[in-house]
Design a protein around this ligand. Structure first.
Ligand code: ATP
Ligand code: MG
Length: 334
């Protein structure tokens, strides 16, 4: 059974007198214990999808579609149920832990809070404290750090505390939204390995959001590439990274070195132009103005995500429904 099933999710933000269509008909699934990577340039709607999954969007957002967590629709469930689902059903690790942690509370208390809340009186403060200490050790911090305030910890240590909090109520899904962006490169790799190791060990499903396709291809089973509020390609992570069929996903993949094979590193190729302003989208394919392969029809037809081979999907009229031929794949990877 799919742990998370997002169907036809649409989110628009009202800003002044305008609406910004941030997410436009997104379908995504994460099976129980599966790992889905979501990639795409800044502003393509990745965080909006993450926030919608736990109904954490700001008040100026309008949402339609379905977000099923273990078969229950998060978008329509009652508040009491939603409180239970947050933390225990799914939890989020955001980027920039300094802003997500409360500066005036010791980190241990911030970890015990959801444990006590979800324990509904059945868990004593002493038990919750022991569990907080265990969690800190699981994320590679000594248990005595529970007494520290956030400002007494490094950025990497704070992010470890956030991961301990995310694990506190034994969720079945963790959403990691650019969990390492604010950290230096060495620490980034450690934190990603930590998340990957913990979700694998506990059988927790993972939705990992990043700009960095190579990291996602290394960590996740499946990869979805978003552009201008849409999923434009979805499939097995390494296949989408190495031989994407959608021209945008291919350009994004070409911008990163090949995973695990330094000898085969491709020269990073930048993608000219900027993503469209979501408030100014016109008809046709939203990638058309930047697409090296665009034909006249692309300016008229807004392509839906459709099968592009047995195990993947792409939103491009140039990709045949059966998937591309091996020859065209080799040409696009060259
Ligand atoms: P990044 O990689 O920079 O984190 P993202 O893919 O997470 O980007 P979102 O933060 O989901 O993108 O934003 C998608 C679109 O929605 C952008 O055009 C953004 O400007 C707009 N947006 C996001 N949050 C709000 C908000 N609270 N009010 C109005 N518009 C918003
Ligand atoms: Mg974001």
């Amino acid at each position: 059974m799919n742990h998370l099933q997002i169907s036809d999710l649409t989110v628009a933000y009202r800003v002044g007198g305008h609406t910004v269509p941030a997410v436009r008909g997104v379908d995504l699934t994460v099976p129980a214990g599966g790992k889905l990577g979501v990639a795409g340039e800044s502003g393509c709607g990745k965080s909006t999808v993450a926030l919608a999954v736990l109904r954490l969007l700001p008040a100026n957002a309008t949402v339609t579609g379905r977000v099923l967590l273990d078969g229950e629709d998060v978008l329509t469930m009652r508040w009491g149920r939603l409180r239970a689902v947050r933390w225990a059903g799914a939890s989020i690790v955001f980027q920039g832990a300094m802003h997500s942690l409360n500066a005036v509370h010791r980190v241990g208390d911030q970890i015990t809070e959801p444990i006590l809340l979800h324990g509904k009186g059945a868990i004593t403060p002493a038990v919750a404290e022991r569990r907080a200490g265990d969690l800190l050790e699981q994320v590679g911090l000594p248990a005595h750090q529970a007494a520290a305030y956030p400002h007494e910890l490094s950025g990497g240590q704070r992010q470890r505390v956030m991961i301990a909090m995310a694990l506190a109520c034994e969720p079945r899904l963790i959403i990691a939204d650019e969990p390492t962006t604010a950290l230096d490169v060495m620490i980034q790799a450690q934190i990603l390995r930590l998340i990957d190791g913990l979700v694998t060990e506990h059988g927790i499903a993972l939705m990992m959001i990043s700009h960095d396709l190579s990291v996602l291809a290394d960590t996740c089973d499946r990869l979805a590439v978003m552009y201008a509020g849409r999923v434009v390609e979805e499939g097995p992570a390494r296949t989408v990274f190495a031989t994407a069929v959608h021209p945008y996903a291919a350009a994004l993949g070409a911008a990163f070195p090949t995973v695990g094979d330094p000898a085969a590193r491709r020269a990073p190729r930048g993608l000219a132009g900027d993503p469209p302003d979501p408030a100014q989208l016109e008809g046709g394919c939203s990638f058309c103005p930047r697409c090296p392969r665009a034909v006249a029809e692309c300016a008229r037809v807004d392509p839906a995500l459709r099968p592009a081979g047995p195990d993947r999907a792409a939103a491009c009229i140039l990709v045949p429904p059966g998937g591309p031929s091996p020859r065209s794949l080799r040409a696009s990877a060259a």
